[in-house]
Design a binder for this molecule. Structure first.
Ligand code: ASP
Length: 440
């Protein structure tokens, strides 16, 4: 049994959290590769070290005074080192290098990556594990795009030689010899890459919640926990805003069937959520989860006899493609089709897209509706259960929510509902209540 364990920023925010993490690792011999994030917030209103580093970089790049930021960052690490009692261990040399870098031509990704790098150095020393610099085993091309084959080859070779090791999250090395990072929250992706490279049995992702909830706890009070969810369901939910795990973290492991177990560092006794390729386990409810986002626009296009005009849809979509705007959904009628897009992406290009649709597809009319929220109701159980859609819409009607759009994915894994932004929270609460609280 081999496990890769990734710990998020709040799990490593201070020495007390570090000691919880060490207890978790030592409790199971199979936890061989450890991926740390940078120290996160210790309390509400605190600042993550990564954010401090970005600020430090921005000041340095603007030629402003950044010494105070750097001292504050250093003191976060020094207090961890002191409180853990790591005698004789200092980050003097590392900080000298960071200082020299900032004084030259600072690079944003390099500066940000130091949060994980330094935490990894402390972690390796504290656990007495080997330290493997992610810059030696994770690679990006010159445009900063992650290179899976090269990475897995190098990583596998390196891990085969290692015993137990710490590999910092979030960054790697570009083809041009510059450090590159993933997008924010990217240590989750590093953990997944390591799990794939060493063919782990489980990828444990330790955070500060006991897994995924059926709905966002900021909207629904104490929502039920999801025990098991498939990669496909999770993909739908995280795309629509459920944010426990980085959206891209499932890709490295999903085709290798390595399950991800989301766990809570502050409640290690909880089972958390299992993310798996497929399962015969029924979810506790007909639906697995609900997620959603505000801020969409619907572009309604009308043309008589559209249904018999071959190529009409392609021409309309070409207008969006020409402006580099991707569309989310495309419900259609006989003489109408609607393209749903992200409002902030669309708004600056709106008139160019409208005129391109006129030029390419010659419609009778185009209307734009804004302030739409999309809600995804996701569940592998929906396919085989009667009346799911009926229950959703009657719950919404009772909650006096007007449904502006409906789209059922062809996989029958989800139903997407468009409502007014203002009805978003009420709609989620109503759907949650009908499936979870009444448990019919
Ligand atoms: N430290 C980075 C961030 O704050 C990456 C991570 O924590 O996963 O985004």
């Amino acid at each position: 049994m081999k496990k890769v364990v990734k710990f998020g920023g709040s799990s490593l925010a201070d020495a007390h959290q570090f000691s919880k993490v060490a207890d978790i690792i030592h409790a199971d011999e199979s936890r061989v590769f450890v991926i740390p994030s940078a120290p996160g917030k210790r309390f509400d209103g605190d600042t993550k070290v990564t954010d401090m580093l970005y600020r430090c970089y921005e000041k340095a790049a603007a030629g402003e005074h950044y010494e105070d930021e750097l001292i504050a960052i250093r003191s976060r690490y020094d207090s961890i080192i002191q409180e853990l009692g790591l005698e004789g261990f200092t980050l003097d040399e590392d900080f000298a290098k960071i200082r020299a870098h900032l004084a030259g031509t600072p690079e944003r990704d390099f500066v940000a990556s130091r949060g994980e790098y330094l935490n990894g150095r402390i972690m390796a020393r504290y656990l007495n594990y080997e330290f493997i610099d992610a810059a030696d085993v994770i690679f990006f091309d010159e445009d900063g795009v992650y290179m899976p084959e090269k990475t897995v080859r190098a990583m596998r070779k390196r891990l085969e030689k290692a015993g137990k090791a710490v590999i910092p999250g979030f960054y790697g090395m570009g083809e041009d010899g510059r450090v590159r990072t993933f997008s924010r929250g990217g240590s989750d992706v590093t953990g997944s890459i390591v799990a794939r490279a060493c063919k782990a049995d489980v990828y444990e992702n330790w955070t500060d919640v006991s897994g995924f909830m059926v709905a966002d706890p900021r909207i629904v009070d104490h929502p039920a926990r999801i025990e098991t969810i498939t990669y496909k369901e999770l993909r739908e939910l995280s795309y629509m805003g459920a944010s426990v795990l980085h959206e891209e973290a499932i890709f490295p492991v999903r085709s290798y069937g390595i399950p991800i177990n989301i766990r809570n560092t502050n409640r290690p006794e909880d089972d958390g959520t299992w993310i798996v390729e497929s399962t015969c386990q029924k979810s506790g409810y007909v639906i697995t989860g609900i997620a959603g986002k505000k801020g969409f626009c619907a572009v309604d296009i009308t043309k008589s006899m559209m249904n018999s005009e071959v190529g009409f849809g392609r021409k309309v979509l070409q207008a969006f493609e020409e402006q580099g705007v991707s569309f989310e959904h495309m419900p259609s009628g006989i003489d109408t089709m609607t393209i749903v897009v992200h409002e902030d992406e669309f708004v600056t290009k709106e008139q160019r897209i409208v005129s391109a649709i006129h030029r390419l597809a010659a419609p009778d009319a185009i209307e734009i509706e804004s302030d739409i929220a999309l809600i995804a109701v996701v569940g592998r159980g929906m396919k085989s259960t009667r009346g799911t859609a009926g229950r959703i819409f009657s719950a919404l009607a009772h909650a006096r929510v007007n449904v502006r759009m409906i789209d059922q994915g062809s996989s029958e894994l989800n139903i997407i509902i468009g409502v007014d932004n203002a009805d978003f929270e009420a709609a989620i609460r109503a759907i949650y209540a009908i499936f979870v609280e009444t448990q019919l």
